[in-house]
Design a binder for this molecule. Sequence first.
Ligand code: GUN
Length: 309
Amino acid sequence: MPRILDGTAIAAAIKQEVAEEVRQLVAHGIRPGLAAVLVGNVAASEIYVRSKVQTCADLGLFSELITPSADTTTEAMLDLVHGLNDRDDIDGILIQLPLPAQVDTKALLDAVDPDKDVDGFHPVNAGRLQAGRPALAPCTPAGILEILRRSNLPIAGQHAVVVGRSDIVGKPVAMLLLHENATVTICHSKTRDLPAVTREADILVAAIGRPGFITAEMVKPGATVIDVGINRITTQAEFDRYFAGNAKREAAFAKRGSTIVGDVHPQAFEVAGAYTPVPGGVGPLTIAMLMANTVRAARMRRGLPQRSA
Ligand code: GUN
């Protein structure tokens, strides 16, 4: 039986450590603070951002939720970001994506002070990460590394294959794995004979954004499979493709009319030595690492040493 890597438990351990660190900082008069910017009324974004703000409260961080209307402009958003950059009580700035089409997302992300860029989306942080300098790394990739480390799964010398080359997941996770001395291959839609490449992976990271894309024949027996995908499926045909015969999922699907599948087909997990389930794998780490990044930013900005890893 493959080992299930419990992201919820790992995230809980990290959050507990962050809460303890916040207590120590508060005792020295420093309360790390996060500004969360949520534009308009995208339902999924609202759920994510409220959860981020709630977690701040749970762990003792200061947070401020800022909710510009959907018809805001690039100029108004730039003014907002500049104001947050200047505030001493704000250590981290999170601009929930996606933004409305009329807002220039790149201009806005570039305007965030790199030292407050707790999402790790600023090109300066991408550069710092690549150069092996202290950087705020994007939360999902940083969370993947925490899962591997805290599960005592070896990275050095392993062949890690990352499927997907996004700036938010694929590229940064490849860089983090490289810094841990993995041999890293990045695959994408133009990769020739993808199954032949993924079958070489000791660590396979699936970050494509397509439901069930990684099938059992693409996984080397015993590999560690990290599934970053969150895809909502709503039709019975889709459900049957991934979960036929799974009574627990069937009941949940019947009740809600939808369920979540990752980028890895559930049958492919059976070939793995260890894997992150969806839900309950990588997802919970994203918020935990956002909290950790905010505390890290608070220390960095004040020239305080980082807590040792
Ligand atoms: N939208 C979806 N995921 C994320 C994330 O991790 N950060 C931000 N800012 N927006 C997102």
